[in-house]
Design a protein around this ligand. Structure first.
Ligand code: B12
Length: 216
């Protein structure tokens, strides 16, 4: 039987090959071999997507390749999601998180993974989807009495809009009772500090750990 490392590398290669069927096969193999689905997603699929992004940037790959790779990755995540949900031993209610990808930005894969992992950790997730107007985060947070407003931004041009979440929550008088969390590839701890967001998390595991610490 293949080792965990071999399975993860196979998963990475399958995304790099844009091979949806192979990605699904590896996902099934990982489940059978007892590999933690989160590790396959982070160290296999996501690592491949980062390479795809680099090649897209340097002009060796084009948009259809990026689309094919992201579809392959999503197919793999779909196979793994029920397995991830089974792993959730915790049914403890921890708080409500409104999450979405910021206005102008349609990247959703990372946000979906963060949403799934937080759900598994016991948070109530209200997923607004992608290209979410700032007003919608604020309105939903108010309506659902949310504890956390989390936004994903995958582009340097859209992360700027995360600032408006801070501003509009303040204007609505909600900011003092809500934690804000930001993430996405170009987002950093420095950026979070700069805009006054409470939490920055690098990936889904980090997001879960940081929110669990705040909502034990
Ligand atoms: C896949 C992809 C796409 C897919 C998205 C499919 C989908 N349904 O999401 C498609 C093909 C649609 C796409 C479109 C575009 N893309 Co694109 N895309 C990517 C790519 C290759 C990978 C992103 C990805 O899914 N990674 C895998 C996931 C798992 O990782 P992740 O998103 O980073 O998420 C993790 C963490 O960041 C974090 N996280 C994410 N969100 C959140 C939220 C919170 C709250 C927290 C705490 C953490 C967190 O946790 C996640 C799990 O670990 C990136 C390259 C890259 N390196 O990011 C480019 C990239 C983001 N795209 C880019 C561009 C330019 C575009 C387009 C403008 C291309 C075009 N010419 O049309 C359009 C954008 C249109 C728009 N208005 O949004 C650029 C952005 C450059 C910039 N300005 O900053 C990048 C960086 C590529 C590049 N190097 O040039 N893209």
């Amino acid at each position: 039987m293949a080792t965990k490392e071999e399975i993860i590398q196979k998963g990475k290669a399958a995304v790099l090959d844009f091979d949806e069927d192979a990605v699904k096969e590896v996902a099934k193999e990982a489940i059978d071999a007892g590999v933690n689905p989160a590790e396959l997603i982070e160290d296999g699929f996501t690592a491949a997507m980062n390479e795809i992004g680099d090649q897209f940037e340097s002009g060796t790959l084009f948009l259809p390749h990026v689309i094919a790779a992201s579809e392959a990755m999503s197919a793999g995540v779909e196979v793994l999601t029920p397995e991830l949900e089974k792993l959730s031993a915790e049914s403890k209610a921890r708080g409500t998180v409104v999450i979405g990808t910021i206005e102008g930005d349609i990247h959703s894969i990372g946000k979906d993974i963060v949403a799934t992992m937080l759900k598994i950790a016991g948070f109530d997730i209200i997923d607004l989807g992608r290209d979410v107007p700032v007003k919608d985060y604020v309105d939903k947070a108010k309506e659902k009495n949310a504890d956390v407003v989390a936004s994903s931004a995958l582009m340097t041009t859209t992360m700027i809009t995360q600032t408006q979440i801070e501003e509009q929550l303040k204007e609505a008088g909600l900011r003092d009772n809500i934690k804000t969390m930001v993430g996405g590839a170009p987002v950093t701890q420095d950026w979070a500090n700069k805009i006054g967001a409470d939490i920055y998390a690098e990936n889904s595991g980090d997001a879960v750990n940081k929110l669990k610490a705040l909502f034990p």
